[in-house]
Design a protein around this ligand. Structure first.
Ligand SMILES: Nc1ncnc2c1ncn2[C@@H]1O[C@H](COP(=O)(O)OP(=O)(O)OP(=O)(O)O)[C@@H](O)[C@H]1O
Ligand SMILES: O=P(O)(O)OC[C@H]1O[C@H](OP(=O)(O)OP(=O)(O)O)[C@H](O)[C@@H]1O
Ligand SMILES: O=C(O)c1cccnc1
Length: 485
């Protein structure tokens, strides 16, 4: 085996089969044909009623740097690719169009989040990285939003770095969590890179290092006037909380006693008892932070039990998307240029109707009822259609077509923005804070039925009659072709 090459580009962050397909396209001289791919997922993550789209910033970072470095080419040469193909790859840049939802947009099953329209080879080569980025970040932003749904105005802190699937996941997961509604992260690098507020308390090891809570809290308060003491190293109610109170009383106004963190035991019982003790001592404004394997389910239970918890520190189950570790978004070819230079729609058939792709270049609209400012569903049209807001709109389920409704007095809000045009970035990324705010505003448009974490209603994602007919026609054509074999 040869020595490893240096890691100076992300372009080989792709599956081998993409390069193999690109080589065949190149040899067959169809590599520059125009191709259109849609990126979408089919099944709602965590059984949630909505997903929160995240990942566009990193996709842009990746596409801006999309070029094969000298070491990439050297490596591919070692793998046996032809020189002519390597010469072609050397010059390759992303030259296509990208339309996408904005980060923080609410997204649902079977609707294109993003559309790539580029040369066939380029569009193929970028598939893996784009899916890799969006699948993870959208999953984490959605998991975070689920937690936000149950915590309301409480403070949510992301503590997952030590458990994340490696370092990139920790920092991009911290960013996705913030988009989904978290207030802060403990990862300082994520704070530095993205401007996310950083927050934290101290560990059991700090108390263990001094071997007694009184000294540890005193020492901590001396350097960090703003302090939250971890009270469960030895015995929360007999030792931790009384010691925190004692130190806070002794230091008085010289410190800002924010409160305590409890990290084990019965968090409902302990927080209620601790609250009483803090209040009795006059520290009514202090906060109780809880941590320890929390997720939205445990938090909901704790709230139902009347836990007196103001802030939640959440790590493992958020950053690893513990109950559903992958989103399952796919990237499907929906149109390809034929030998006459015309764009022809393509389809992927499956025995399960949900898995049949929707052919053609399309647009996605959110249909908002003007009377109550609530969303009636999303409506996918062919590229040149726009729902006529002056007329009533017939919305029907694309598989169970008898489920239908007429919508009047609506606004059809288009969800895709131009991100790249002919390889040029034409989109300005909003500040992260605005993306978080965008999620909040988008959630106001949804009826509560779609927002409940358990068994939400299925949000309608419908096809326009033209889009639906086009799909049916394509299915017929493919069937005919198969039957004639
Ligand atoms: N009152 C409660 N209701 C429901 N779940 C709770 C309650 N209190 C704690 N939990 C959760 O129960 C689980 C307890 O886990 P575990 O047994 O590992 O904790 P522990 O033994 O108290 O602490 P340690 O992490 O030190 O082992 C955690 O996920 C915690 O968040
Ligand atoms: O539980 P999570 O949601 O992942 O949150 C992060 C955890 O990391 C820290 O302890 P660590 O797990 O390192 O050790 P401990 O469980 O023994 O306290 C912290 O005290 C939390 O419990
Ligand atoms: O600051 C904290 O309390 C913290 C940070 C990371 C993991 N657990 C706790």
């Amino acid at each position: 085996m040869k020595a490893n090459h240096i890691d100076d580009s992300l372009t080989l962050h792709t599956d081998l089969y993409q390069i193999n397909m690109a080589e065949t396209y190149w040899e067959d001289q169809i590599h520059n044909r125009k191709a259109v791919f849609d990126l979408y997922f089919r099944k709602m993550p965590f059984g949630n009623g909505f997903a929160v789209f995240a990942g566009l910033e990193k996709v842009i970072e990746y596409l801006n740097g999309f070029r094969f470095s000298k070491t990439d080419i050297d490596y591919l040469r070692e793998q046996g690719y032809q020189e002519g193909f390597l010469d072609y790859l050397k010059e390759l840049r992303f030259t296509g169009n990208l339309r996408s939802m904005q980060e923080g947009e609410l997204v649902f099953g079977n609707e294109p989040i993003l559309r790539v329209e580029s040369t066939l080879a380029e569009a193929q080569l970028i598939e893996t990285a784009i899916l890799n980025i969006i699948n993870y970040q959208t999953l984490i932003a959605t998991k975070a939003a689920r937690m936000k749904q149950v915590t309301g105005n409480d403070i949510l802190m992301e503590f997952g770095s030590r458990r994340a699937q490696e370092m990139d996941a920790a920092i991009w997961g911290a960013r996705a969590s913030y988009i989904g509604g978290f207030d802060a992260t403990s990862n300082v690098r994520a704070g530095k890179l993205f401007g996310i507020p950083v927050a934290g308390t101290h560990a059991h090891s700090f108390v263990q290092a001094y071997q007694d809570e009184y000294t540890a809290f005193h020492k901590y308060a001396k350097t960090h006037k703003n302090c939250t003491f971890l009270v469960d190293t030895y015995d929360t109610l007999k030792s931790g909380v009384p010691t925190a109170i004692k130190v806070a009383q002794e230091l008085g106004d010289t410190i800002e006693f924010n409160g305590i963190r409890i990290d084990s035991g019965d968090l409902a019982y302990l927080s209620k008892e601790a609250r009483k003790m803090l209040d009795d001592a006059g520290f009514t404004k202090t906060r109780i932070v809880a941590s320890n394997d929390l997720d939205e389910q445990t938090i909901l239970n704790l709230k139902q039990e009347g836990a007196k918890i103001d802030s939640w520190g959440v790590g493992t189950k958020l950053i690893t998307a513990f109950d559903q570790p992958a989103l399952g978004a796919v990237y499907k070819l929906v149109a390809i240029e034929n030998e006459n230079g015309e764009l022809e729609d393509t389809i992927k058939i499956s025995s399960s109707p949900e898995k049949v792709s929707t052919p053609g270049k399309k647009r996605v609209y959110r249909i908002i009822d003007k009377k109550d400012q609530k969303s009636e569903g999303d409506y996918i049209t062919l590229e040149h259609e726009k729902p006529n807001e002056e007329e009533s709109l017939h919305m029907f389920h694309p598989v169970h077509t008898y489920i239908s409704k007429m919508v009047t007095q609506f606004e059809a809000r288009e969800l895709h923005k131009d991100i790249y045009q002919n390889g040029n970035l034409v989109y300005e990324l909003p500040p992260l804070k605005d993306i978080q705010q965008f999620v909040k505003e988008n959630l106001i448009l949804l009826w509560d039925e779609y927002k409940r974490p358990l068994n939400p209603e299925e949000y309608p994602v419908d096809l326009s009659p033209k889009c639906w007919e086009n799909k049916m026609e394509k299915i017929k054509q493919v069937r005919k072709k198969v039957e004639s074999l």
